[in-house]
Design a protein around this ligand. Structure first.
Ligand code: C2O
Ligand code: CU
Ligand code: CU
Length: 479
């Protein structure tokens, strides 16, 4: 088992966060050391849609509201069908779906299906703007392995702010293969969505988005953890195994997750679906937007806490309280999913992408702080053109000395190697997002299938949302 090393630059980040909180004119209501779990974990509503002429239809309303994170304080927030975050949409491979997304925010936004393979026009990126008062109704067939995906706002220059305020939720895909496996699958009982975030609150209970120049450089970090929008959360477990769908939905934080008693767990899935076999771990590193499903064993009466072990953000995300008698769950199967490994021999092209961060005078004048291949995002420029039904290798180099997070739309890729070495067992998976420490190089292989549209680009970008908004993004079309 290989353990990822925590990101070493973290120590400096803490200072930034503290300074930012002070500049924002507020002290956090709750200190970093808050350990007492006092609120029952909120479980997002489960939305399995309704059938209309064979199409599964979902309705999402983006709304502006307030949320009581702290007792007695109403915090202004954004949400979908609720005051903060949105429901879990459950879909099945092979089904046609339509999602009616109505914007009542009083300002434009978008809603992107992160990790989904779909036509670019339905992707919900910066090109599919939903104006206030409008409804956008993307329609597509689900062609996807069972996975924990998600949705979030993706408006040019506003992604970080909109996600910070609450425009995000999970999408669960089921398929025949996953349904045949003896894995925990009762929503909110033994199969739990965990949207992990961190935020800063002012003394008056506001959660303002305050990214200044320094945060655009480092990313905006919170000092207060939220789990499904719950502060200081606990969960009452009734089964002796829990499947946790861990999801880093923070703007910029790297979570190095594990339990306070260091007990091991099995990772069963990554971003794009189930692994071939479970991987035993006791820490899991998730960069912004990465997901990992784990199964953890519980003993009757036990209390364990899911924590972030990154330097500087010693968060307790969830206290799990096991009941005095637990329902027995079946053993985790040794064989999970079949992954169709792509062969580098089939690649018709290798593209190289340098993720770069430049400090110094250039950044004072706006552009060019974080770039990909030396370029800042230009919505009128197509950076790459890819042929449909081809396999390619994309080599991503983080030439900066800070971490970046590569994400691309349309496909689930496979990691061929990381710094020339085979990927860790839990990264031998279908992925849509990959963390690169400063100086790291990953070679990714992917196949572009089904959808082509010369007029509608897909995005690739750093998923540190402040970096994305600062221009660390590019566009590709499949033709
Ligand atoms: Cu999760 Cu382009 O986004
Ligand atoms: Cu995406
Ligand atoms: Cu970045």
């Amino acid at each position: 088992m290989t353990l990822p090393t925590p990101l070493s630059t973290r120590r400096n980040f803490l200072k930034t966060t503290a300074a930012t909180a002070l500049l924002a004119g507020g002290f956090p209501l709750m200190s970093l050391a808050q350990e007492q779990a006092v609120n029952a974990l909120k479980i997002p509503a489960l939305d399995t849609g309704r059938l209309e002429n064979g199409t599964r239809v979902y309705d999402l309303t983006m709304q502006k509201s307030t949320t009581e994170f702290y007792k007695g304080y109403q915090t202004p927030t954004f949400g979908l069908n609720g005051s903060y975050l949105g429901p879990t949409l459950r879909m099945k491979d092979g089904e046609p779906v339509r999602i009616n997304v109505t914007n009542t925010l009083g300002e434009p936004s978008t809603l992107h299906w992160h990790g989904m393979h779909l036509p670019a026009k339905m992707d919900g990126g910066p090109h599919q703007i939903i104006r206030d008062g409008e409804t956008w109704s993307p329609e597509f067939g689900v062609r996807q392995k069972a996975a924990t995906l998600w949705y979030h706002a993706h408006l040019m220059g506003k992604t970080a702010e909109h996600v910070w305020h609450g425009l995000a939720g999970q999408v669960w895909i089921d398929d025949a293969e996953s349904e045949a496996l003896a894995l925990p699958r009762s929503y909110g009982v033994d199969d739990i969505p965990l949207v992990l975030q961190d935020r800063n609150f002012t003394r008056s209970g506001d959660m303002p988005y305050t990214a200044g120049r320094r945060d655009m450089m480092m990313g905006l970090f919170g000092n207060t953890p939220l789990t499904n929008g719950t502060l200081a959360a606990y969960f009452d477990a009734t089964t002796d195994k829990l499947r946790l769908r861990l999801h880093n939905a923070s703007n910029a934080s790297f979570y190095y997750l594990g339990f306070d008693n260091d007990q091991p767990f099995l990772q069963i899935a990554s971003d794009g679906g189930l692994l071939e076999t479970p991987v035993e771990m006791n820490r899991l590193l998730l960069g912004p937007a990465e997901r990992g499903e784990i199964v953890v064993d519980l003993k009757a009466g036990q209390k364990i806490t899911l924590r972030n072990f990154s330097n500087g953000q010693p968060f307790a995300f969830l206290e799990i309280r096991a009941a005095d008698t637990l329902t027995a769950s079946p053993a985790v199967p040794q064989k999970l999913a079949q992954i169709a490994w792509l062969d580098p021999k089939d690649a018709v092209k290798t593209r190289r992408f340098d993720m770069e961060t430049r400090m110094g005078p250039g950044m004072m004048f706006g552009g060019g702080m974080h770039t990909i291949n030396g370029k800042s995002m230009d919505i009128n420029r197509i950076d790459e053109t890819v042929q449909r039904d081809t396999t390619e290798i994309w080599e991503i180099r983080n030439v900066a000395n800070m971490p970046h997070v590569w994400h691309m739309h349309d496909v689930q890729f496979q990691i061929l190697n990381r710094n020339g070495k085979p990927p860790a067992a839990n990264e031998r998976a279908r992925k849509d997002t990959v963390t690169l420490r400063g100086g790291e190089v990953v070679r990714l292989i992917m196949r572009f299938e089904d959808y082509a549209d010369p007029d509608s680009p897909f995005m690739y970008h750093c998923h540190i949302l402040e970096h994305e908004d600062a221009g660390m993004m590019g566009q590709f079309v499949v033709v």
